[in-house]
Ligand binder design. Structure first.
Ligand SMILES: [Zn+2]
Ligand SMILES: [Zn+2]
Length: 146
């Protein structure tokens, strides 16, 4: 086996294992196990995790600037909160004022879409051509279960 092929196999295998563990190995520590009792922790969903987040953390989630994950140990009744900074989504669009294609749209999630209601995005548009700026709200459809 050539060195290049061996390298590809090793990287491929690491990738497969990495995908399986990336959620639990946040910040290099295994959060799926409790550091106190060693039992398995569960990752709380968006509805139940709010009870374990403080006002500021919930506010950040609503603004879409950060996403929090809560790993919960049922036997210790202790949770571990992990913060993930969210990048605002950027994309290039055509400016409706001057037609320049250097306008940039920055989208931030105000409320994520759920099965019950649609989401809300805050969009800021700025054009590098004419300096036109615009800010508006865009609504996204409800999440449909396939
Ligand atoms: Zn525990
Ligand atoms: Zn423009």
């Amino acid at each position: 086996m050539s060195t290049a092929l061996l390298f590809a196999v090793v990287v491929g295998a690491a990738g497969v294992l990495g995908v399986r563990w990336w959620r639990s190995m946040e910040r290099g520590e295994d959060l799926s196990r409790c550091d106190r009792c060693g039992k398995a922790r569960v990752l709380l969903d968006e509805e139940t995790e709010d009870a374990h987040l403080d006002e500021g953390q919930q506010h950040e989630e609503r603004l879409g600037t950060a996403d929090y994950h809560v790993w919960w140990c049922e036997s210790c009744e202790r949770g571990r909160v992990v913060r993930h900074a969210l990048e605002a989504t950027r994309r290039r669009v055509e400016c409706e004022k001057c037609g320049h294609d250097a306008a940039q749209e920055v989208m931030k999630t105000v409320a994520a879409a759920t099965h019950v209601k649609g989401g809300e995005l805050q969009v800021r548009l700025s054009c590098g051509g004419c300096g036109h700026t615009q800010q508006f709200v865009r609504y996204t459809p409800r999440v449909r279960t396939p």
